[in-house]
Design a protein around this ligand. Structure first.
Ligand code: FES
Length: 115
């Protein structure tokens, strides 16, 4: 698994919070803690260039873009609200004890099952 990158320790991100993590290859990621489960997406909004990690988690599992209020479903990356029409890239998250990793070579399970 060449795309595996360390994101953070479980205690570094409280429930209901999102944080930007830059992967070693420079890829900007947004990491989310939703009810104790971790998710990772690309950090850049597909509408323009906003950083989604500066947005707000709403309705349980949606991220609202801080610039034009577009919204994405975090587990699947699906674009939900205008002006976002292009889905967000997601990454499979691996939880190993207190360490949280992403596999940059694989989409999240929710995105894969939506294909
Ligand atoms: S930059 Fe995110 S909705 Fe426009």
């Amino acid at each position: 698994m060449n795309g595996k990158v360390f994101l953070l320790h479980r205690a570094d991100l409280a429930e209901g919070q999102v944080r930007r993590v830059d992967a070693p290859n420079g890829c900007p990621l947004a990491v989310y803690n939703i009810d104790g489960r971790f998710y990772a997406t690309h950090d850049v909004c597909t509408h323009a260039t906003a950083s989604l990690s500066e947005g707000e988690i709403i309705d349980g599992d949606m991220i609202a873009c801080p610039v034009h209020d577009g919204q994405f479903h975090i587990p699947s990356g699906q674009a939900i609200a205008f002006p976002c029409t292009v889905d967000l890239r997601t990454y499979r998250v691996l939880e190993e004890g207190d360490d949280i990793y992403a596999d940059l070579d694989q989409e999240s399970e929710a995105a894969q099952s939506a294909i």
